[in-house]
Design a protein around this ligand. Structure first.
Ligand code: C2E
Ligand code: CA
Ligand code: CA
Ligand code: CA
Length: 282
């Protein structure tokens, strides 16, 4: 609407009023963020409940703006989705995560899974499967090391289309997981058709798990349903030993959260991996 002739001013002011000044500032600042290398990835360990081994890491995007400071992905990802900038940012995240795991393996770290978050727009983009395959080929990382996280609400919005995209990625050897599980009103009929590897139990159910009987019941039910359907489970936002104990007893397969580690930069993460003692019960 901005360039559409004599009504453009009216549309522009309406748009100005509709969007807060903050959103416009961030949308503009995002244009330079990639070129000026303002993005970095953090990595948060994922630990097997059974063996205590480190099995993977979730990639979490960080934007350090020189004047605006650290901006949360929860704030800027939706803006990047609306403006279309998410394609370039998402491709950068995928490339950087794949390259990082490759260089860790070359440096002698044990191979692990690297999990990357997909936004709704990125997931629905028809170029995604080819982009993923070509990055894996170019960087020479086997597809089985890459896991793509899709939120339950994105997967369940147009589920038949989502199933086709998941099948496509699955056929290319890439793993999928369903993020924020429990918040997105899953239809079990569709869920059973998802070619996903694991369900990530949303952290809102984990927070009060040792005191809230309803959260206990929900988490127990999710784990048992997931296993019946052939999915692994991971709990996120695990901050205490008490939460971990409950989840272990219920048979939750993996744990992610501050109890083990906050998201780490690359140096911190490789130090974490080298120091990690799976046999010691932490
Ligand atoms: P998410 O995928 O659900 O990520 C989990 C969030 O929980 C992360 O917040 C993480 O730092 C935080 N977290 C991890 N452990 C704990 C814990 O023990 N306690 C608490 N209270 N929080 C914990 P973060 O890094 O701020 O990311 C927020 C959201 O931004 C993510 O939610 C994800 O939806 C999105 N995001 C992050 N990176 C990317 C990305 O590269 N691409 C896309 N599309 N979205 C991303
Ligand atoms: Ca995630
Ligand atoms: Ca999540
Ligand atoms: Ca979330």
């Amino acid at each position: 609407a901005k360039n559409s002739g004599r009504n453009s001013y009216r549309y522009y002011t309406e748009e100005m009023q509709a969007k807060s000044a903050r959103i416009l500032i961030l949308e503009n600042a995002l244009r330079r963020a990639l070129d000026q290398q303002q993005f970095v990835l953090n990595y948060q360990p994922q630990i097997s409940t059974d063996t205590g081994k480190l099995v993977g890491a979730e990639t979490l995007l960080r934007w350090h703006h020189p004047e605006l400071g650290l901006i949360s992905p929860a704030e800027f990802i939706p803006i990047a989705e609306d403006s279309g900038q998410i394609y370039q940012i998402g491709a950068w995240v995928l490339r950087t995560a794949i390259q990082q795991l490759k260089s860790w393996i070359e440096a002698g770290l044990p191979p692990m899974i690297i999990a990357v978050n997909l936004s709704a727009v990125q997931f629905r983009h028809t170029g995604l499967p080819d982009l993923v395959t070509s990055l894996l080929n170019e960087i020479d990382l086997p597809a089985q090391y890459l896991e793509l996280e899709l939120t339950e609400s994105v997967a369940m919005d147009e589920p038949l289309e989502a199933i086709a995209i998941m099948d496509n990625l699955h056929n290319r050897g890439v793993r999928m997981s369903i993020d924020d599980f429990g918040t997105g009103y899953s239809s079990l009929n569709y869920l059973k058709k998802f070619k996903v590897y694991k369900l990530k139990i949303d952290q809102s159910f984990i927070r009060d798990i040792n005191t809230d009987p309803e959260d206990k019941a929900i988490v127990t039910a999710i784990i048992s349903m997931a296993h019946s359907l052939g999915f692994q489970t991971i709990a996120e936002g695990v901050e205490t030993a008490e939460q971990l104990d409950f989840l272990r007893i219920q048979g939750c397969d993996e744990i992610q959260g501050y109890h083990y580690s906050k998201p780490l930069n690359t140096e911190q993460f490789s130090a974490f991996v080298r120091d990690w003692q799976p046999l010691k019960d932490k």
